[in-house]
Ligand binder design. Sequence first.
Ligand code: SF4
Length: 266
Amino acid sequence: MSEFKVRASSWGSLFDCSMRWEGEHMLGIRKPAGLRAQLGTAIHAGTAAFDSGRLAGAPITLDEAAGVFVDTLRNPEHDVDYSQDDLTVNEAEKIGLVLGVKYCTEIAPKMDYLSVEMPLEPLVIDCGNGIFVKLTGTMDRARVVRSAGGKVINDLKTGSRVIAKGAVVIQGRSAQLGTYQIMSEQTDGEETVGAQITGLQTTSTAAVGVSRVFDAKRVMLGTEDKPGLIQFAAVMFKTGLFPPNPQSQLCSPKYCARWATCMYHE
Ligand code: SF4
């Protein structure tokens, strides 16, 4: 019997290039992230501090949230490859400060948050043949929201492509959010009614928005006649075959630590 422990927050990227995911999360083949990724980390830190303060009844000011953002951006906990992105730290700071203010004044006041980055009870997936996957961790970068219809999982996404044609992009988000829906239900016993994305666009336009609520859990669990992503994942873990995806947007020497040894991108 074998059990693989996997961080729930990494689950979504398993379905992008599975071979890259295996390299990063099972074999420890990693490379430093770029400044845009660090900008995302810093925006999350600032907004999470703002929301957590309000939830705990000890609100912090916009300036204090901005301080958390700047501190995280300029003092990364991990190595950052500053040559990876066409962006300076000052430019990143400017974009992040605008987005932080927009988030705290336009989005957060409209949300009834129940938790920020909720700790999750582990979820064990039986893949067959004595192989188990144990998903653990917190609902990284996501919130639980009380909406008129019920409990919704809201994931805060940053990036240059999170908003397109004026709408927050939800394509390809169900693996991550479906996992959070299932695990949050298991943790607090309350059904979710769906998931949604809050998008903060890390470009000079600094657009922000919230998507419609969609059923991410269905994509993970499948339907009567269609297998869910959990079933596809179980086959990968059972067989040990994690397929490459050279069409992935992250298939490049910039983003993939397996590039030098992977023949599939050619
Ligand atoms: S080089 Fe491309 S196909 Fe190969 S592991 Fe990396 S992302 Fe996947």
